[in-house]
Design a protein around this ligand. Structure first.
Ligand code: FE2
Length: 366
């Protein structure tokens, strides 16, 4: 494909390295409402790591933990450095070998050569390249594979009940990189993966009294994969990106935005399961209608839940941001409902970042 040299079909799954996959799976089931679908571990012949796969509609997460008392094991070493976090944003392709060879020819660092994995359900071809920090992009070629996830995994029979929070797809995944490194990664996604730059936000758009950042949004040829890249900008105090880098130790994934068709119902469900969201001041809602005009929702319904709204030429979007979902102030989630807008909520950055700064201040990190 001319405008998509690696023929990327979408995000196949996101794999997290965690300290305890069994307990993380409990959180993703009971809080986010993802269904346990597959497992690999000692019982399936995986001797060094345990993985739980959870999915709902077009969202699929893999949670992997180390099994051995070996601090050098790659999963254990990742968790020791970063805490729980995203290791692999795996991309579905028609031909994993062709995608890998082309990516490496274009300058990618190869991490895993194309490997055929097989079991009774058929075969999958997997290859991996490095991106920012300790994060990978694997290329996944499924060839009509019929098992529950990948060869080596067994289906989870009779999973416990799972609430439906309405989450439907991964809308975008944001990376935080070091000061001065944003353009290098923008060039990586452009030159190696064939992405185009969609939008650019600079510190004039997204600075508050204390902290600032710059961001560029990269999108693949089909528009199905969107990866914003943030770097810190100079501010009076420590920016949220610097706080992330300090606790993650390297660049990494800052947030995953999950799309819903009904954000009010999704937020009610998630909050009732214990998900904690950022709050903006009441004054945000007093000014809302004059800023975004007529919307389908009642402002009081948005205000009660803390849902934010932004509008551009094409329509509007509703969004809300969670608190970090692990002890370190690193990964968090965004819940987003699009009503025409293909943007990222630029009009909300100031209110949102001031809310993040209040949380940073509570952590002693501002
Ligand atoms: Fe976002």
């Amino acid at each position: 494909m001319q405008n998509d040299p690696l023929d990327l079909q979408g995000i196949d799954y996101v794999e997290f390295y965690v300290a305890n996959a069994r307990q993380s799976a409990h959180f993703y089931r009971t809080a986010l409402g993802l269904k346990p679908v597959a497992y690999a571990g000692l019982e399936t012949g995986s001797r060094d790591r345990a993985s739980f796969v959870l999915s709902r509609r077009n969202v699929r997460f893999v949670l992997t933990a180390p099994l051995l008392p070996d601090p050098q094991h790659p999963v254990a070493a990742f968790v020791a450095q970063h805490g729980d976090g995203v290791k692999d944003i795996a991309l579905r392709v028609a031909n994993a070998e062709a995608a890998y060879v082309e990516a490496v020819r274009r300058g990618a660092t190869g991490v895993q050569e194309p490997t055929v994995i097989q079991d009774g359900g058929g075969r999958v071809v997997k290859a991996s390249i490095a991106t920012y920090g300790n994060v990978l992009h694997s290329f996944i070629q499924r060839d009509g594979y019929e098992g529950p996830f990948m060869p080596g995994f067994q289906a989870i029979a009779n999973p416990p009940p799972v609430p439906d929070t309405g989450l439907a797809a991964i809308d975008h995944i944001v990376g935080n990189v070091e000061l001065g490194a944003m353009n290098e990664w923008v060039e990586f996604y452009r030159d190696v993966l064939g992405f185009k730059q969609l939008i650019h936000f600079d510190d004039a758009d997204i600075s508050t009294e204390y902290s600032a950042l710059m961001s560029k949004v990269m999108q693949n040829g089909s528009g199905r994969i969107k990866f914003p890249i943030n770097e810190p900008a100079e501010g009076r105090k420590k920016s949220q990106i610097e706080e992330y880098l300090e606790y993650n130790g390297t660049p990494g994934v800052q947030h995953i935005a999950l799309a819903t068709g009904n954000i009010l119902a999704s937020v009610d469900a998630l909050a009732s399961h214990g998900m904690a969201f950022l709050r903006v001041p009441e004054s945000y809602y007093a000014e809302l209608e004059s800023r975004v005009g007529k919307i389908d929702e009642q402002v009081e319904d948005l205000a009660r839940r803390g849902v934010l709204v932004d509008r551009d030429e094409e329509g509007y979007l509703l969004q809300i941001f969670s608190q970090p979902v692990q002890d370190r102030p690193t990964l968090f989630y965004e819940i987003i409902q699009r009503k025409g807008s293909r943007g990222f909520g630029k009009g909300n950055f100031k209110a949102l970042f001031e809310a993040i700064e209040r949380e940073q201040d509570k952590r002693g990190n501002l």
